[in-house]
Structures are given as C-alpha cells and as structure tokens.
Design a protein around this ligand. Structure first.
Ligand code: LMG
Ligand code: NDP
Ligand code: PMR
Length: 399
C-alpha cells in the first residue's frame, strides 16, 4: 500500500513550493464563546442597527435575514494604478471551527467582506463577536445545507443583495461517528452526504453564474476535503475506509428505504458516510475544474488544512475520544493544527496571489508551507468524478 510521506511523517516533509503565510494575524482565542458576553439586547440592537445600515443596490426585499454590511465597493487595495474593491467571500459553516477561523483571518486583512452562511444566526453572531470581527466586515445569511429548499432560498437572497460573488468556500460539514441509524435531510438523503456533498453541490452549481458575472481578478471556488477520505495515507486507512463502490446507493437517493443510505449500497456507517462525502467533495472540485476552469478562469481547489482535533466536528463522538484525540494528534501523529492556523491556511487558498492553481488539492508541511498534494486513486478517478456529478445533479434537481 502506498502511504504518503506527508501523512506518516509530517515533520520530515519539506516541500516549499508556494508556502507563504498570508497576512499576519493577531494571536487571539477562537474558543470560549460566552453567552454572557453577548446579551440578547445587544444582539437585537445590533441586528436592527445593521438592518438600517443596509443599502442594497437593488431595492428588493431581503427575506428573513439580518445583514451587517459595509458599502459593497469599499476601496481596499491598490494594485498598480487600479483600486481594487473589497472581495466578497461566502463561507458556509462559519459559525465555528475552521469556517469561523477563516472568516476571522480574512476579516483581519481588511480586504474581504465575509458572508457567513450558517443555519444558526444567533450562534454565528456570537461567534463573530467572540473572535473580534468588525461589523463592517461581515454579513450573516441563513443557510441550512440539509435542505435544498434552503439552499435555493439562500441563493435567491444572495442574488437580491446585489453583491457580486468573488469566492465561495464550501466548508460546513457534519460527522456522525456514533450514530447507529442514519438521519436524513429534508429531501430524505442520508444526512452526512446530503449536507456535506449534495447541499454544497447544489449551492456551488447555482452560484457559478454569480461568480462568472463578478469582475474580481481572482475568482475561486473552494471545497474543503480531508486526508481521511484519501486511502493513499495512513489516516485514510483507519477503518472504516472511504469507498464509493458503484454508487448504487447514491443513484437510488440514499433514502434508506428502497435503497441503501450509503453511497456504495452497504450498511449505514456514520464515519464511512462522512469520509465518502469528502471523496465526493474532492471529486466535485476536479469535475468543476474540467468543465469550467478554461471558460470562466475561476480557480477550483480543495484542501486538507491539517487535523483540527478541537473543533465541533467531533461533538457527537464519545467523551473519551474527544479527550484523547487532541493529544494523540499533537504528540503521536503530529498532524494537529490549531483552529487559528487552519483558518490562516484556508484564508490563503481564498486570497493568496500565489495559490491560483486550479484543480488541485492543497496541503501544508510542518513549516506551514503549502504544497499541491496527491489525491488517492478513488479521489482522483475521472470517471467517478463524472458519475458523482451526473447522479448528484439529478438528485438535486438540476439535470
Ligand atoms: C472507528 O474506530 C469508530 O468505530 C467509528 O465510530 C469512527 O469513529 C471511526 O474513523 C472513525 O473510527 C476506529 C478505530 C480503528 O480506532 C479506534 O477505535 C482508536 C481510536 C483512537 C483515537 C485516538 C486516541 C488514541 C489514544 C492514544 C493515547 C494517546 C494519549 C495521548 C497522550 C500523549 C502523551 C504523549 O482503529 C483500529 O482499527 C486500530 C488501528 C488501525 C490502524 C489502521 C492503520 C492501518 C494503516 C495501514 C498500515 C500501515 C502500516 C504502517 C505502520 C506505520 C506505523 C506508524
Ligand atoms: P465544526 O463542527 O466546528 O464546523 C462545522 C460547521 O458546519 C459549523 O459551522 C456547523 O454549523 C456547520 N453546519 C453543519 N451542518 C450544517 C447545515 N446543515 N447547514 C449549514 N451549516 C451546517 O467542524 P470543522 O470546523 O472541523 O469542519 C469544517 C470543515 O473542515 C469540514 O468540511 C470538515 O470536513 C473539514 N475538516 C475538518 C478537519 C478536522 O480535523 N476538524 C480535518 C479535515 C477537514 P453549527 O455551528 O450550526 O453546528
Ligand atoms: Mg486519525 C498521520 C496520521 C493521522 C492523521 C493525520 C489523522 C488525521 N489520523 C491519523 C492516524 C490515525 N487516526 C491512527 C493511526 C488512528 C488509529 C488509532 C486514528 C484514529 C482516528 C479516529 C478514530 N482518526 C480519526 C478518528 C476519527 O473519528 C476522525 C475521523 O475519521 O473523522 C472522519 C479521525 C481523524 N484523523 C485525522 C483527521 C483529520 C481526522 C478527522 C477529521 C476529518 O477527516 O475530517
């Protein structure tokens, strides 16, 4: 079995290709979102205030969301003689973990307006405040990826806001390692693949036209992948392993009734469903690249930011796992990264001028230098990518 050096011995790996850390960031804790720090009154007044501040280029109503916007075209950077406006980036799942750390890192550069696309407005508002994001740097918009209706509504709402879309980051995910029975999305798809893959698949397909229309110089569509979906690594060989098989379950709609809830048609396994969903994420990124990069100039990329063993991703794991997993990753595998460091990495993929290569999967070595990593055979299989694209398109009602 071919195992990747990067996974086995991160400290011995030293490809310094394009690794420049992005804008310098202040040390600041990402933890400890305290309810008492953010009173309800505070929240309501800020929501009302930001609503007053909102000036849409189109005057159509924005249904059911609070917006905390800056004027869209704030000059932020001077490139040559041209003044570059602030970039607009949507980050799904920005209410915690990697998404929040990325939003914070981007906000601190002053060059980005972050649309935090989240299912829990209050949690997101508290999270943004807790990491010190300035109001003018973000907008919270409702998105529940476990409902295709919500995805479509989000896209409509975003279009109505009149903001151009420059970068889309598909980051949100759920992981159900201890579930014995599958749960399902609003449309009846198994929850992990339905949320992590199908919700994002519809979102990015629908947002592509928005991105095409943007005049931003470096447009990017980023889908977060993971090492555990790649069986060419040690981590990807910890059972249960990702495997899409012939995708008979996906073709049947993952409903657990007349078809399996698993992509490969097997018995439900929450950890495998998550890893399969990450394989779909990485395949989708490459299929986007093949179909659209040349015509649109958009950069399509995926990444493994490192093992961020402290995030909410493990909230459903047993307490003993949550206790031991961070030290295990820190001291034994040495694959651990803090939320802050992981956020800087994803922020680089969003905005670093040197990370414009399309169709690639980024990883970082022990010096936090980025390099183009190799995907497993399945996660780079061209036929599987096409099949995932076609079957998923039908499931979400696109083709
Ligand atoms: C399943 O269990 C769960 O059932 C499932 O619910 C889901 O969670 C899933 O992948 C997620 O995992 C997987 C099971 C497989 O793992 C465990 O049960 C072990 C959990 C360990 C978690 C970390 C805690 C470790 C605690 C160690 C103590 C640390 C203390 C820290 C203090 C530090 C102080 C300095 O596990 C297994 O099946 C067993 C192991 C399998 C390994 C698979 C690897 C195969 C790779 C292929 C061979 C490669 C050979 C190379 C050898 C390289 C040697 C380095
Ligand atoms: P978190 O649980 O901290 O963050 C996940 C985010 O996804 C949360 O904001 C959560 O919202 C959101 N989310 C979940 N379900 C939905 C939904 N139905 N609709 C909208 N948003 C939803 O985990 P991480 O930060 O660790 O995960 C972020 C990404 O990083 C994922 O794609 C994960 O696969 C990837 N990753 C993580 C690694 C790690 O070691 N942690 C390693 C490799 C990749 P809410 O706050 O409301 O729950
Ligand atoms: Mg893993 C270099 C070795 C390495 C790395 C980088 C990870 C990352 N893991 C490694 C090794 C091992 N893990 C080994 C040897 C074991 C057996 C003891 C092991 C176990 C393990 C479990 C039980 N690891 C896990 C779990 C989880 O539940 C996590 C998971 O699979 O979530 C899907 C997980 C992870 N290990 C990682 C990373 C990044 C994860 C979690 C998140 C993800 O892929 O998104």
């Amino acid at each position: 079995m071919a195992l990747q050096a990067a996974a086995l011995l991160p400290s011995a790996f030293s490809i310094h290709k394009e690794g420049k850390s992005s804008a310098s960031l202040k040390e600041s804790s990402l933890f400890g979102v305290s309810l008492s720090d953010h009173s309800k009154a505070d929240f309501i007044s800020s929501a009302l205030k930001t609503k007053r501040e909102f000036t849409s280029r189109k005057l159509s109503a924005i249904r059911g969301q609070a917006m905390a916007t800056a004027p869209t075209f704030t000059p932020a950077t001077v490139q040559g003689k041209k003044t570059l406006r602030k970039g607009n980036v949507i980050v799904t799942g920005a209410s915690s973990g990697l998404g929040l750390a990325t939003a914070k890192a981007l906000a601190e550069t002053g060059k980005w307006h972050i649309i935090m696309a989240c299912r829990d407005f209050l949690k997101t508002e508290k999270a943004a405040k807790s990491v010190g994001m300035a109001k003018e740097n973000y907008t919270i918009m409702h998105l529940d990826l476990a409902s295709l209706e919500s995805v479509r509504q989000f896209v409509d709402n975003f279009k109505r806001s009149g903001r151009p879309l420059d970068v889309l980051v598909c980051n949100a995910a759920v992981y159900q390692p201890t579930a014995r029975e599958p749960s399902f999305t609003a449309e009846g798809f198994e929850l992990s693949v339905g949320t992590n893959h199908l919700g994002h698949f519809l979102l990015s397909r629908l947002m592509l036209d928005e991105m095409k229309q943007s005049d931003y110089p470096s447009k990017r569509l980023i889908i977060v992948g993971s090492i555990t979906g790649n069986t060419n690594t040690l981590a990807g060989n910890v059972p249960p392993k990702a495997n899409l098989g012939d995708m008979r379950g996906l073709q049947g709609g993952l409903n657990g009734l007349n078809t399996s809830s698993m992509i490969d048609g097997g018995e439900f396994d929450g950890a495998k469903a998550y890893k399969d969903s990450k394989v779909c994420n990485m395949l989708t990124m490459q299929e986007f690249h093949r179909r659209y990069h040349e015509d649109t100039g958009i950069t399509f990329a995926s990444l493994y930011p490192g093992c961020i063993a402290t995030t909410g991703l493990f909230r459903e794991h047993i307490p003993l796992f949550r206790l031991l997993f961070p030290p295990f990753q820190k001291f034994i595998t040495k694959g651990f990264v803090s939320e802050e460091e992981a956020g800087k990495r994803l922020a680089q993929v969003v905005s670093d001028p040197s990370l414009t290569k399309s169709g690639v999967y980024w990883s970082w070595n022990k010096d936090s230098a980025s390099f183009v990593n190799q995907l497993s055979q399945e996660a780079s299989d061209v036929d599987k990518a096409r099949k995932v694209w076609e079957v998923s398109g039908k499931l979400v009602g696109l083709s």
